[in-house]
Design a protein around this ligand. Structure first.
Ligand SMILES: C[S@@+](CC[C@H](N)C(=O)[O-])C[C@H]1O[C@@H](n2cnc3c(N)ncnc32)[C@H](O)[C@@H]1O
Length: 309
């Protein structure tokens, strides 16, 4: 498979401009995917620059390993989850980083693999695990979660207003037969007749299930904390997110608590200097050539040296 068929990386120039401050530094790609961003980073670094790459998906690591083979020991890759990024980097011999990139969500390769169940557009088993060692599949959730919890999940993680009606239809259908495939779930959601844009509703339901199966909110919170520990003072954090829940969490993490309590107390020193007052979005040209980039939002920040800017 060629590289762009695996995944076309988004906002590449913007990532490099925000991430790299020294061409002999250590950079971390916490979401390797097809290795597109990783290759661009290595291409920008000098002969002493190194990269540590991580992905929880074994196929992504193996694909990137062959793609980046020509960089030899300057590219060290490992399978693992970014919630424990700092310990994974330490095990690979990296004690600090000058820049860390998170390109959240799923790769085109994952979406286009019918056998993994990420897309309602292709029929396949209702799985949705990024790492097949994860204990619970989407089918198990859909067939066992009580109706109310299912509705809450679709509402909270999918931001779908018709979550109750959809959950009721799912529970009614699974009472007759197990929902085991993406097509069976998609048909059930369509039959729920929820809203005027069935495709949007479907993608929200699948997003909610994917987030639950892979514990994406928990991974993101722990991953950002872990990245903060791994970053050297002056090191850069760059995060690309694809939906508002993620983008809000990233923005809150970088900016710190909204209002320091109590008001008379001195504000805690800033942990990060914000480099992107507004999220950076892809150009119209990029959206046209790579439609999957349309929802991308990039935020970047620099770790302060001693808590002060
Ligand atoms: C949008 S793709 C990254 C694409 C990549 N930047 C490229 O240029 O090809 C997101 C990747 O992050 C991985 N991923 C998502 N959550 C993860 C986590 N918690 N830990 C490690 N990898 C994760 C997915 O398996 C997927 O391969």
């Amino acid at each position: 498979m060629n590289e762009s068929a695996y995944h076309e990386p988004v906002l590449v120039r913007e990532v490099l401009d925000h991430l790299i401050t020294t061409d002999s530094g250590v950079y971390v790609d916490a979401t390797l995917g097809g290795g597109g961003h990783a290759e661009a980073v290595l291409g920008r670094l000098g002969p002493k620059g190194r990269l540590f790459g991580l992905d929880r998906d074994a196929e992504a690591v193996s694909f990137s390993r062959s793609r980046l083979a020509s960089y030899g020991s300057r590219a060290v890759l490992s399978q693992g989850e970014f919630a424990s990024l700092d310990s994974a980097a330490a095990s690979a011999g990296f004690s600090g980083a000058d820049g860390i990139l998170f390109d959240l969500g799923v790769s085109s390769r994952q979406l286009d693999s019918a056998g993994r169940g990420f897309s309602y557009r292709m029929d396949g088993p209702l799985d949705l695990r990024m790492d097949d060692r994860l204990p619970v599949t989407a089918a198990e959730i859909v067939n066992s979660l009580p109706e109310r919890e299912l509705a809450d999940l679709i509402f909270r993680y999918g931001e779908e207003r018709n979550s109750r009606r959809i959950a009721r239809c799912i529970v009614r259908r699974r009472g007759r037969m197990r929902i085991g495939t993406t097509a069976e779930l998609a048909e059930t959601v369509r039959r729920a007749g929820a809203g005027p844009f069935p495709e949007k509703t479907l993608s929200r339901v699948f997003q909610a299930l994917r987030m639950k199966v892979n514990d994406e909110p928990g991974q993101l919170a722990a991953g950002l904390d872990s990245a903060e520990r791994l970053l050297r003072p002056g090191g850069r954090l760059v995060v690309i997110s694809y939906h508002s829940l993620e983008d809000r969490a990233v923005k809150r993490f970088i900016r710190g608590p909204e209002s320091p309590a109590p008001r008379w107390a001195p504000a805690p020193p800033a942990r990060f200097r914000v480099l992107t007052r507004r999220a950076v979005m892809p150009s119209t040209e990029e959206c046209e050539t790579n439609p999957r980039s349309r929802s991308a939002r990039l935020r970047a920040a620099e770790k302060t040296s001693d808590g002060k800017i």
